[in-house]
Unconditional design. Structure first.
Length: 216
C-alpha cells in the first residue's frame, strides 16, 4: 500500500501537468489580477523547487496564496514548511484543525480558504450544521465540547486580542500545552494567509463566493 508521502508525490506529479499549473475550476479566473498568475514556464531558479513542493500537496495548483507567495521564494519555502507541519503533522486532531481554519476563513471572509477547507473539514468529521452556522456568522449550535473550546479560544483571541482565564482553563482540561500552541499558531498563520489573499485579491476556484460579508 502506498505511503502518505507517495500519495502526496503522485498528487504533485499530476499537478505538474495541469494547464498553466492552475487547478480545475480556475480556468475562468479574471485576467487582470494584482499578481498575474504565475506558470511553470515563468518560474526562476529560486521559485521552481518551492513550486514543486507546493504542487505535491496543493489542491489549487499554484493559484490561491501560492501565486503571490512565490514572488518571495524564500518566504514561500518557509511558509510551505510551516503549513506542512500545521496541516499534516500537528498535534491537533484533523477535525478541530480544519474547524480552526474555517473560523479564520469566516473572520476574514476568505473565499479561497473556505472553498479549499470546507470539504476537508466535513471529511474530517465536522458536521454540516456547525459549518453552516459558522458560515452565517453565528456561534454554531450543536458543537461537540472540544469544538466549542476551539471556537471560543480562536474567536476570543481574534476579536478581543486576548483569551480569558475561564476559556484558557477550559482549553487546559481538553488539550495539551503543545496542542494549544499548535492551535494558536495555526490560527495566526491562516490569518496571515487570508491577509495575503485579500491584498492579492485572489479569487476562489470558479469565482465561488460562498461567504457573505458580516456587519461588524
Amino acid at each position: 500500500m502506498p505511503t502518505m508521502k507517495n500519495r502526496l508525490y503522485c498528487l504533485g506529479v499530476a499537478s505538474l501537468v495541469w494547464v498553466g499549473t492552475i487547478a480545475p475550476g480556475y480556468g475562468q479566473m479574471p485576467t487582470t489580477k494584482r499578481f498575474p498568475q504565475i506558470t511553470i514556464e515563468e518560474l526562476n531558479a529560486q521559485q521552481r523547487p518551492v513550486a514543486e513542493e507546493i504542487l505535491k500537496v496543493s489542491s489549487v495548483g499554484l493559484a490561491g496564496p501560492y501565486n503571490p507567495l512565490l514572488r518571495s521564494p524564500l518566504l514561500a519555502d518557509r511558509m510551505v514548511k510551516l503549513l506542512d507541519y500545521l496541516r499534516f503533522n500537528t498535534s491537533v486532531p484533523r477535525r478541530l484543525n480544519e474547524f480552526a481554519i474555517l473560523i479564520q476563513a469566516r473572520l476574514w471572509t476568505s473565499q479561497v480558504e473556505w472553498v479549499a477547507h470546507h470539504p476537508l473539514a466535513l471529511k474530517a468529521g465536522l458536521t454540516e450544521s456547525v459549518a453552516e452556522d459558522l458560515k452565517a456568522g453565528r456561534r454554531p449550535a450543536g458543537m461537540k465540547p472540544d469544538e466549542a473550546i476551539v471556537y471560543d479560544l480562536c474567536m476570543e483571541l481574534a476579536t478581543q486580542r486576548t483569551v480569558s482565564d475561564a476559556t484558557y482553563a477550559r482549553a487546559k482540561t481538553t488539550f495539551t500545552d503543545q496542542q494549544i500552541v499548535d492551535l494558536v499558531t495555526l490560527s495566526g498563520t491562516y490569518a496571515s494567509v487570508a491577509m495575503i489573499l485579500a491584498v492579492a485579491e485572489e479569487p476562489a476556484a470558479g469565482g465561488q463566493t460562498p461567504l457573505q460579508p458580516i456587519a461588524r
